[in-house]
Write a protein that binds this ligand. Structure first.
Ligand SMILES: [Zn+2]
Length: 314
């Protein structure tokens, strides 16, 4: 049987920062450290992570380590050449297990966030839902009957590289028309620039350098009534809502949970998502649209990673 109490270490490896938390079984964060992910290769990252684990645990016994990371293969316990980290293939579960001598479990970063919402966050009262993280790119996962759908290699449920019709932007993956090329921080920047080129509306955004454009700034302009900023969020929300309607038709989930920095835009993003989702859904699904937004302060990905080792036999 699993332990009824104790501590667990959760690690959320992001493209820029990595958070390492000492987590209690009820989801309380006892201690949290943050380090830079990129820089000097995996060896340096591992050394700094070990140091952080030693610091947050401070001699306290803990029962396992759960890791959420990009390009994670849960079956093999390895990172499969994550594009943004340039670490190559890393047998990360084995490396942490040999160093700390506790069970180590690995999961894709998007799935870690979804598990966190399921167990401790906005989706505590759901068993089946779609989770979408809107960051630099678009991460997503599907929880179905309380289980994350991993698929063969751990990449199931990734909507970011599914196609949208009538859209032809080139994606970082090399294909055209991927959802992520519109619905992400980079996507909305591209939308703003396209709108500025195509329309005559007066807009403060005309004087903003492309590299200074970000979803937060665009949202501020949208809230101030800037027509280009509002239109950019409308397009972004509509495309996401249409795509979510497809997933509703496929899986009949209880709802959608959105997370990530872009959700800070609030209604200028959420309303068009909800409107598009509603108008694209079959009538049989319309009564139960439930669209929720993650608590940005909840450290949900760290909690989800830690939850991986909460139910294994010790
Ligand atoms: Zn793509």
């Amino acid at each position: 049987m699993s332990s009824a109490s104790g501590y667990y270490v959760g690690i959320d490896i992001g493209g820029t920062n990595t958070e390492i938390g000492l987590i209690e079984r009820d989801g309380s964060v006892k201690c949290l450290e943050s380090i830079k992910t990129t820089g000097n290769g995996f060896e340096t990252f591992f050394a700094e992570t070990c140091e952080a684990i030693t610091k947050i645990t401070n001699g306290e016994k803990y029962l396992g380590i759960g890791i959420g990371a990009p390009s994670a293969n849960p079956e093999k316990g390895c990172l499969d050449n994550p594009i943004n980290l340039k670490w190559g293939t890393v047998e990360i579960s084995k490396i942490f297990n040999q160093r700390f001598h506790v069970p180590v479990k690995l999961i894709n970063d998007a799935n870690a966030a979804a598990l966190g919402e399921l167990r401790f966050g906005r989706a505590k009262d759901w068993h089946s839902f779609i989770h979408v993280t809107l960051g630099t790119g678009l991460g997503s996962s599907i929880i179905y009957e309380n289980k994350v759908i991993n698929g063969k290699d751990g990449f199931a449920g990734e909507l970011g590289h599914t196609k949208i019709s009538d859209r032809h932007r080139l994606c970082t993956c090399g294909h055209y028309g991927c959802l992520e090329t519109y619905v992400s921080a980079n996507g909305i920047r591209r939308t703003v620039y396209e709108l500025l080129a195509a329309r005559q509306d007066e807009s403060e955004l005309r004087s903003v350098n492309y590299n200074d454009l970000n979803p937060k700034l665009i949202a501020e302009y949208a809230h101030d009534g800037d027509p280009i900023a509002i239109k950019a969020y409308n397009i972004t929300g509509q495309i996401l809502g249409d795509k979510l309607a497809d997933v509703f038709a496929l899986l009949n989930p209880q709802g959608v949970c959105l997370s990530g920095g872009m959700t800070g835009a609030g209604d200028v993003l959420i309303n068009p998502v909800r409107d598009a989702l509603f108008s694209s859904l079959l009538d049989i699904h319309k009564h139960d649209i439930d669209l929720r937004v993650s608590d940005p302060d909840s450290r949900i990905a760290v909690l989800g990673a830690a939850s991986l080792v909460m139910d294994i036999n010790q």
